[in-house]
Write a protein that binds this ligand. Sequence first.
Ligand SMILES: [Zn+2]
Length: 475
Amino acid sequence: MSSTVQACGIYARISSDDGTALGVGRQIEDCTKEAKRRGWPLSEVFTDNDVSATKAKRRPEYERLLAAIESGAVDALVVYDVDRLTRTPAELERFIDLADRHHVALASVGGEVDLATPQGRLTARIKGSVARHEVEQMSRRLKRKFQQNATEGKAHGVTPFGYRRERIIDDQGRDAGYREVIDPAQADAIRELYRMVIAGETLRSIAKYLNDAGFKTGRGNAFAGNVVGNMLRRPRYAGHRTHEKQIVSKGDWEPIVSQDTYDQALAILSTPGRRHSRGLEPKYLLSGIALCGRPGCGAALRPNIHKPRPDGKQRGPGYACPECMKLTRQMGPVDSVVNDFMVGYLTKFDLRSTAGESPTALGSALDARDAVLARMDTVADSFARGEVTARQMVRINEQLQAQLTTAERDIQRLQPTRILEGLTGPGAPAAWAATSIERKRTIIRSLMKITILPSGPGVRFSEDQVRIEPKEEIM
Ligand SMILES: [Zn+2]
């Protein structure tokens, strides 16, 4: 439990009923040491003075502590000993229930009080060992309850983004804990985040989306990419309850995304290398663009990344047909034929002022399509490295293909010549060379149909194996 503590509270109480008159300053000091020793970041100190205690007397700071536990502002607590925290067995029971619901870690100093008299020391030792025993009992009970709650699918811990807490009032009007219900605005955002992951967007851009929309973390901070990644990996959004990182039951809360969506996103989030890469920008000029020229095929080619051979030599990347599996070409020569053609074409291109009906819509359609293609590239790479099974790849690609078709249709409809601004005329060779691979892909795809023609065995690569046909609608 202690490894995940983020905000430790200390509760101290002055009391006249224990005979030790232990100073509150001393309690706090020792509790602080104990928190430090355990590596728990100290967040708040709660101090009550109930010297004139009667059992009914309110303890405002104790109540504030309970509220802090409820809101998740405090997830660990150090007390001098248990009798500082609770005054009656019934109160102790209620506290255990609360700590149970909120997964609060507990520690006590143990009452090692430096008293002046041997008698005092003895009292303190007995008291201390009793207190330690109580804390250990509490810990054991809590652990058992966590397990039980987990098996029963009950929510625990800080309410996750996407949900909010709703009080349960029993039929006698008493507080009966809480349940987690969907927060509609946050849940919509969560669904959008999963969509973005599946579309291949970077965690950084996904975090930016959340921040731009004005959302904050539970602690009121801006979202960072790794935080969002960890959040979306949580099976609870698909309705699963986990205990010690294992799915143990179906949660008693409403899922926000389907199992299918969660699986897809998780496959992507678990792709090694993703965390450190700049994201999922397309890496290859013509993957998903160039078509297989074998009669009757016509499938879009995918990158073909070769595994290193035992002799250490590495073949360069190629394009390969995923359908007929009979056409492959080295990437380098094919790309250079297409680049040369594009430069020649753009140099002569007369850019007419045909701004699209909706540049924003066009922009987002282009983005959507590139994201899908980038995703396809990444999946192909993962497959080549053996990190994704063929079945997973096919499944992910099927879904991506549907998104691709939609984006393509939108682009078709939304006029493509805008994207050529600054790239035509005499400056075309330099401008093209300086253009990002994403934009090159967009342009090539919008303007050209590229087909790789089959060649017989042993036939060397030649330019005429790459057929480039300008698409009619923009001529
Ligand atoms: Zn083919």
